[in-house]
Design a protein around this ligand. Sequence first.
Ligand SMILES: Cc1ncc(COP(=O)(O)O)c(C=O)c1O
Length: 367
Amino acid sequence: MPAQPPFTKLVAILPATVPFTGPETLERRSGIPFTLRLGANESAWGPSPRAVAAMCQAAAQVNWYGDPENYELRAALAAKHDVGLANVVIGSGIDDLLGWIVRAFIEPGEVVVASLGAYPTVAFHVDGFGGRLVRVPYRAGDDHNDLPALAAAAREHHAKLVYLANPDNPTGTWHSAEAVRAFVDDLPPGCLFILDEAYIEFAPPSTAPQIDIADPRVLRARTFSKAYGMAGARIGYLLGAAEIIAAFEKIRLHFGVNRVAQIGALAALEDTDFLAQVVAGTAAGREEYAALATSLGLRALPSATNFVAIDVGSERRASQLVAELARRGVFIRMPGAPPISRCIRVTVGLPDQREAFAAIFRDVWGE
Ligand SMILES: Cc1ncc(COP(=O)(O)O)c(C=O)c1O
C-alpha cells in the first residue's frame, strides 16, 4: 500500500481517546440492552411539549440551513440574561464551546487548570490543542471543588484558563455565588475563568453569581441538554465580554448549530412552567436517592444537579456495582479519579424508574 501523508505533530502524539463510552456502545459490547438509562445525566422528563411541537414542524423544513447568526435564539437569551446580543454565542452544546475556548486561548504547552476527575471533555480539548492540563484534587472530606487550591495552581503554573463546573459533575456538589465571586478575584491576572453552568437550573437560586458581563475574566457556559431535556439536539451557549465572544466568530462553524435545535431551544426557553416542573421533580428524585442510600447504610453527596453521587466506600466496589448493574440492564457511571471514584453516579429518573432502580440496587447491594 502507498503511505498516507504524515499526521500533524499534534495528532501523531495524541492518544486514541474516547472521553465517553456511550450506553449504546456498552449495549453492543455486552449484548445486554439497558432498561434503565441513568448514566448520562439526560433529563428523564424529555423536552418541553412545546419544544417537541416546534421541532416537529421545523423538521419538515430541514432542507433549509439554520440561521447562521442564530439571531432569534440569541436575542431571546440576551433578553433572559439582560445582556447585549454581542455577549451571547450559540454552539452545539458546551462540549463544542469548550473546544472553541481552548482553541482561542491555548498555545501548545500552555496551562489549563481543572479539578482531578472533573468533566472529561475539558481534558479532551486541552490535549487536542496541545495544552497542558494541571489537575487539582477535590477537597478531602467534603468532595467539593477546592477553590483556593485551583486558584493557587492557576498562579503557580501561570494558567491561561481555569475550568470549574458549578454545580459540579461528577460530584453534584456546588459552591455559593459568593464563593465563586471570591474565586474570580483570587485568580491571577490574565487567567480566564470558564464557569460551566450546565446544571445551574437545578441549583438553589442564589448559586449563579452576579458577574458584570463586560468582565473579561469570566466566560459562562450554559446548555439546553440538562434541565431543558434536549441533549440529543446539541445546543448550548456562552455568555461573556463582547470582545471575547467576537473572537469565536472567527472559529465557530457558522452552520454548525442545526436548524431544528435552534427552533426547539427557542420554544423550550419560553416554556418556563415545564422547566419548573422538571426542576421540582428532579429535586424530589434527589431526595429519594439520598433516602435510598441512607436506608442501605450509605451516604449520598449533596447534589444541586439532576444526579446523585452515592459514596460506596471504595473505587473497587464502585466499579463492581457499575458492572453488576449493567448486567441487570441498568446504566450508571462513576467518577474517574480518587477520592471521588469511591462513588457511583446515578441520574434522577422518573418516579417509576427510581422505584425500579431502588429495587435492583437494593438487591445488588445486598449481595
Ligand atoms: C459539567 C458539564 N458540562 C457540560 C456537559 C455537556 O453539555 P452539552 O451537552 O451542552 O455539550 C455536561 C454533560 O454531562 C456536563 O456534565
